[in-house]
Design a binder for this molecule. Structure first.
Ligand SMILES: Cc1cc2nc3c(=O)[nH]c(=O)nc-3n(C[C@H](O)[C@H](O)[C@H](O)COP(=O)(O)OP(=O)(O)OC[C@H]3O[C@@H](n4cnc5c(N)ncnc54)[C@H](O)[C@@H]3O)c2cc1C
Length: 420
């Protein structure tokens, strides 16, 4: 290997891949290409704290010294524009052409655009990058009325953050409940109730049909019900589109993201795809997924680095996610699609409870509000393949912990079958 590894995209997945290659002992050249001009940073704080505090600085993923210390050639403000898998070359917009032995695509995703009248007015914003967060922060400091289109995690985090800064905030959601695709109805109802109590106006089964402007700047939105809501800022949070163009143009298989195998290898054997752009068959459910979380990006990166140095293990991380919406820390573990029974443990009225999801009698996921211990137990149970009975869950935390311990004690020791 003389040309080394080129990593395209310097976000959560790309930076971790560079670090993990070195952790795994890879000693060839590592180049990390990012089209943003500044040091790679954590995205989660953008919607939770950064947009409300004018003095907040980006939280960088790694200090500048990490890259030089680890021998990682970090090329910032450089956009990759063409990938040639047969020749093993990558072209950059600056004109450079880089030869590689292995490439890791970690180009993430971009916000879905709202294609309606008025969608291009100033003040219509979305949040993915630190540049987006700065634009929101600057405008939020001067406006009173904010409409957020989309009741997903990012939209609701922004709503909670801005209402705490005394903005008038309306959330407009097309589904019949908030977070409809990602959490149990009990959690949706709880989040909606608490947001409403904090002053956020929550509208479900509603969308925005038209945006009105004044001098080129958004002034109001017209809802599908015909209501006119004043808005000097409209934040569009209706999901993301994976950045697969580079891979698609290079002929790689695409299916709601870049299709990868259990080792994160794309249809071109020397090219891996990790993080938000990777679509794969999940070991936990056997279903195809494309997940958007820091955990997914980080664990993918670690596994791709291991595959590059020659380890044969397949992806087997338990998926988890968190979101902070005002005074609610939501933590989710597992994949809960197809859940057919839900057991609530704890008290929603205390703002502390969890929903345990079952499918066909097996535990498939746990969603918690301010119950980090349940979340950690959920991670341990799913990793171990242990499914407590719904009765044990309903009995409360003590019984659950004890049931897991008893189950683990009864498992054969990993070494017990070996020849001495
Ligand atoms: C506001 C916000 C809050 C979030 N909060 C949470 C949270 O609380 N918990 C959680 O688990 N997850 C959260 N997420 C999701 C999480 O940040 C993503 O899942 C994660 O960033 C995915 O990592 P990635 O490396 O795949 O993509 P990204 O982090 O998006 O990195 C991709 C990088 O590649 C660059 N790039 C794209 N194309 C090119 C190209 N052609 N050439 C060079 N560079 C390119 C992009 O500009 C970007 O810098 C949040 C995301 C956002 C936006």
């Amino acid at each position: 290997m003389k040309n080394g590894v080129v990593i395209i995209g310097a976000g959560h997945a790309g930076v971790q891949a560079a670090a993990s290659l070195r952790d795994e002992g890879y000693d060839g050249p590592v180049r990390l290409i990012g089209d943003e001009a500044e040091l790679p940073y954590h995205k989660p704080p953008l919607s939770k704290t950064f947009i409300k505090d004018v003095d907040a600085r980006p939280q960088i993923l790694r200090a500048d010294s990490f890259y030089s210390g680890a021998g990682v050639d970090l090329l910032l403000g450089e956009r990759a524009i063409r990938l040639d898998p047969a020749a093993g070359r990558l072209e950059l917009a600056s004109g450079a052409s880089l030869a590689y032995d292995k490439a890791i695509l970690a180009t993430g995703a971009r916000p879905r655009v709202l294609a309606i009248e008025g969608g291009l007015l100033a003040g219509v914003l979305s949040l993915r990058s630190i540049a987006d967060a700065r634009a929101i922060r600057v405008l939020a400091a001067t406006v009173e009325d904010v409409v957020i289109l989309g009741g997903g995690f990012i939209g609701l985090e922004i709503a909670a953050t801005l209402v705490a800064s005394r903005r008038r905030v309306t959330v407009v959601e097309a589904q019949d409940r908030l977070l409809a695709r990602v959490v149990a109805p009990a959690i949706s109802a709880h989040v909606a109730g608490r947001l409403a109590a904090s002053g956020v106006r929550v509208m479900t089964r509603t969308t925005v049909s038209r945006i009105e402007g004044d001098d080129g700047h958004v002034s109001a939105v017209i809802t599908s019900a015909g209501e006119r809501i004043a808005a000097r800022m409209l934040i569009v949070g209706i999901g993301v589109v994976p950045n697969v163009e580079l891979a698609a143009d290079a002929g790689l298989a695409i299916a709601n993201g870049i299709r990868v195998d259990g080792q994160l290898r794309s249809s071109a054997p020397n090219i891996f795809a990790i993080g938000d752009i990777a679509s794969y068959r999940h070991w936990l459910t056997g279903g195809d997924v494309r997940l958007e979380s820091v955990q997914n990006a980080t664990d993918h990166a670690k596994l791709a680095a291991r595959a590059i140095v020659g380890h044969g293990d397949s992806y087997a991380a338990v998926p988890w996610f968190w979101s902070d919406i005002g005074d609610m820390k939501l933590q989710m573990v597992g994949l809960t699609g197809g859940s057919d029974r839900q057991i609530v443990s704890g008290e929603p009225t205390d703002n502390r409870f969890s929903v345990f999801h079952y499918k066909g009698g097996r535990l498939i996921g746990v969603e918690s509000v301010n119950r980090p211990a349940d979340h950690m137990l959920g991670r341990r149970m799913l990793a171990a393949g242990f499914s407590p009975s719904p009765e044990v869950v309903a009995a409360g935390d003590g019984s659950l912990k004890a049931a897991l311990a008893a189950w683990q004690a009864a498992q054969p020791h990993p070494d017990s079958g070996r020849d001495g």
